[in-house]
Design a protein around this ligand. Structure first.
Ligand code: FES
Length: 140
């Protein structure tokens, strides 16, 4: 039997998590290829529509990751992302999408090891959860 391979869309901030992903690569940290990185200047610019669209177009999970609180290069973008993620969790739960399918993390530029570990853990959890099945497509 074939193992389910989830597709994960990751919106990563240019200044922290994208740099950490780059560091993970250059320091040869291994992580699954299930993740598609989308570089944004700040997590604060991740419009909730981007997340919904990712799910609508086949993502099994979405990761938003950026600078630690207090380290955002645009002062408070990551706080906006945190509020939006909380709201999205509520909206997504109405369509049967579990909280674990949308994750917000803070991964600093020097945390290549943490980036790889986060991706490995997320892929493992979503692989266990199985493909996304929700009513979201029927509503929009
Ligand atoms: S610049 Fe990284 S989260 Fe705002």
């Amino acid at each position: 039997m074939e193992t389910f391979e989830p597709t994960i869309i990751a919106f990563v901030c240019n200044w922290c998590t994208y740099t950490a992903a780059d560091l993970a690569g250059t320091s040869r940290q291994k992580y699954p290829k299930n993740v598609r990185l989308i570089k944004v200047m700040c997590t604060g610019m991740v419009d909730p529509k981007y997340v919904l669209k990712a799910f609508l177009q086949g993502a099994d999970a979405v990761l938003i990751s950026g600078c630690h609180p207090g380290d955002c290069h645009y002062i408070n973008g990551n706080y906006k992302a945190r509020r939006r993620t909380k709201l999205l969790h509520e909206i997504l739960s109405r369509f049967g999408i579990d909280k674990k399918r949308l994750r917000l993390t803070w991964i600093g530029a020097s945390d290549g090891i943490e980036f790889a570990a986060t991706i490995r853990k997320m892929v493992e959890e979503i692989r266990e959860a199985g493909p996304l099945q929700s009513d979201l497509k029927m509503v929009i």
